[in-house]
Design a protein around this ligand. Structure first.
Ligand SMILES: Cc1ncc(C[n+]2csc(CCOP(=O)(O)OP(=O)(O)O)c2C)c(N)n1
Ligand SMILES: [Mg+2]
Length: 570
């Protein structure tokens, strides 16, 4: 006979869990009490806010390819998980979020710290389940991990009632049988969607690309999730097709390759967006045609037949209709396509792409690097970081202008180079996500880029950094504004800066309070000194950079405008 809390922790260990991010409280005390005896098997990181626990678990999951795990108590602990879980759902991050719950015989009585977390989490998880009996624990955890990882990954919430934590059970579950059964069901579903002629579809897709004069590959996060980076680069090189990435697909393709042209989307590069509008065939791999990518739906890729490789059949034909849908894992499908792909020169198509790239490099990039005065631009910092830290850099970007400039100026060639909150755009993501990424990849240089607004959304996690001696580099791009919102006010609301100016605290004193080394770059002359200090620092470092207050991110596809109408400047 084992206690429920022991069964739960043993089940986590059986799934390969090593690190848990969490925060205790009343209803979860039995689990934390058992955790006390598991300190040699499980590394628990005490965060400072439950939202931080979820984002840290996300950073961990995204930097390791494993399932992130986080704990919170009932009621407010559980509801503080909501934003992070939603973020993980949007950005396909496998998580097991375990929240405590009151005794099952008290459910529905408005018991102290009772919140209906199942009801709250159903729309934002792949699966939500309440364990009310110790007999259910092992089976539920096996299933939870399977669901979190399977197909399009995502978060699972387990509500763990107090009586199930304290209950006893000797039920043994045959993990292999359970997993085989679930895998069989998923494969049956996939195969029935694919139909009998799937191998013919693969050949049709290859013929479409081989016969195309102006083909384009758009790589999304699915490439990273299925570890298809190498296969994708083979596809691009063997068939000689220009390749671009989405915001979350960034780092799935080595930016040094000549076939790479940058990012599509609202603040993407010029060439990828122009190529989209000119292409005759698009191979979209593990991406979901988000509104930030497609702009005005009717005008998107007007000349292109679209081949969509996607693991989640629900993503087909939502925003954009594709001509051919290939359901499955990106690696598996690309691998089956490669033998049929042929090399074509396509000189004029590449020359078109290169001419636009040259135009951006000559007429837009230098301005964004040099700025208009002694103040530093966001682009110049990101470029410097990417030059200095090279392949070993993982940029964890927050949300706003800092994020868009990061995506524009980071030159990445390692698949672990980039983590950001894309679908939900959650300010405050970067600091805790960087903590998780560092624990997942201790040998990489983890740089958390954020704005003055976003930092203040989860700055309490400096406490987690201090307590656990986490060696991340924090780069705060301080423009004293909620910059991205200010930009939209300037462009679309007659410069009426309604509540976007920030009167900020002394960030240096905050860093000092947490014993974190700090340096402030006030102008261009101090850039090298600041970056060197950070590079040579042992342990966490906080680099504040006074950037131009009112710089805007361009190019920009204005909301609901055609991708063809991309604005190059104001
Ligand atoms: C939690 C949350 N609240 C509000 C927003 C809306 N929003 C998007 S960008 C932005 C401004 C971000 O300001 P800052 O963090 O200083 O970054 P900057 O754009 O100045 O680089 C805001 C408020 C959001 N994305 N997330
Ligand atoms: Mg700002």
């Amino acid at each position: 006979m084992l206690k429920g809390t022991e069964i739960l922790l043993n089940s986590l260990i059986n799934e390969g869990v090593k690190t848990i991010f969490g925060y205790p409280g009343g209803a979860i005390m039995p689990l934390y009490d058992t955790l006390y005896s598991y300190s040699n098997k499980l590394n628990h990181i005490l965060v400072r806010h439950e939202q931080g626990a979820v984002h840290a678990a996300q950073g961990y999951a995204r930097s390791t390819g494993r399932v992130g795990v986080c704990f919170a108590t009932a009621g407010p602990g559980a509801t503080n998980f909501i934003t992070g879980i939603t973020d993980a759902r949007m950005d396909n991050t496998p998580l097991i979020c375990i929240t405590a719950q009151v005794n099952s015989d008290r459910l529905g009585t408005d018991f102290f710290q009772e919140a209906d977390i199942i009801g709250l989490s159903i729309p934002i998880t792949k699966w939500s389940y309440q364990i009310t009996n110790a007999d259910e624990i092992e089976r539920t955890i096996i299933k939870a991990f399977y669901i979190a990882r399977e197909g399009r990954p995502g978060p699972v919430l387990i509500s763990f009632t107090r009586n199930a934590q304290l209950g006893m059970s000797n039920i043994l579950v045959n993990r292999r049988t359970l997993l085989n059964q679930m895998t069989k069901n998923s494969l049956n579903m996939r195969n029935s969607f694919r139909g009998k002629n799937f191998s013919e579809k693969i050949i049709t897709a290859c013929n479409m690309l081989n016969n195309a004069k102006k083909p384009l590959i758009i790589a999304g996060q699915g490439v990273l999730l299925s570890h298809a980076e190498l296969l994708l680069s083979q596809m691009s090189i063997i068939s000689n097709i220009p390749t671009v990435t989405t915001l979350l697909g960034l780092s799935s393709f080595d930016s040094k390759f000549k076939n790479y042209y940058g990012n599509v989307g609202m603040h993407g590069h010029l060439a990828p967006n122009a190529l989209t509008q000119e292409a005759d065939v698009i191979l979209a791999v593990g991406m979901r045609f988000s509104d930030r990518v497609i702009g005005k739906t009717e005008d998107y890729a007007p000349n292109a037949k679209i081949i969509h490789i996607e693991i989640d059949k629900a993503q087909f034909n939502i925003n954009i209709n594709s001509q051919l849908q290939l359901l499955g894992d990106a690696s598996e499908i690309i691998k089956s396509m490669l033998p049929f792909m042929k090399y074509y020169k396509r000189d004029s198509w590449f020359e078109y792409a290169n001419s636009i790239k040259r135009h951006e490099e000559k007429d837009i990039i230098p301005k964004q690097l040099n700025g208009s005065n002694m103040q530093i631009t966001m682009g110049s910092i990101i470029k410097k970081l990417s030059d200095e830290f090279n392949d070993n850099l993982t940029l964890v970007a927050d949300v706003g202008q800092n994020q868009m400039f990061s995506a524009r100026f980071a030159k990445l060639s390692h698949p672990l180079g980039w983590i950001t909150s894309g679908g939900l755009g959650t300010m405050g993501f970067a600091l805790p996500a960087a903590i998780g990424a560092k624990l997942g990849c201790p040998n990489r240089t983890i740089v958390a880029i954020m704005g003055d607004g976003g930092f203040q959304m989860n700055m309490q996690e400096l406490g987690t950094i201090k307590q656990n001696k986490i060696d991340i580099k924090i780069v705060l791009l301080n423009n004293s504004y909620l910059g991205m919102v200010r930009q939209w006010q300037e462009m679309f609301f007659n410069s009426r800066y309604s509540f976007t100016n920030l009167v900020n605290p002394n960030f240096g004193e905050i860093a000092q309070a947490y014993n974190i080394n700090y340096f402030k770059i006030k102008n261009k002359g101090e850039l090298n000194e600041g970056i060197n200090k950070m590079k040579n620092s042992k342990g966490a470092f906080f680099l504040e950079v006074d950037v131009e207050e009112q710089e805007n991110v361009f190019p920009m596809i204005a909301p609901n405008s055609s991708v063809s109408d991309i604005l190059e400047s104001q």
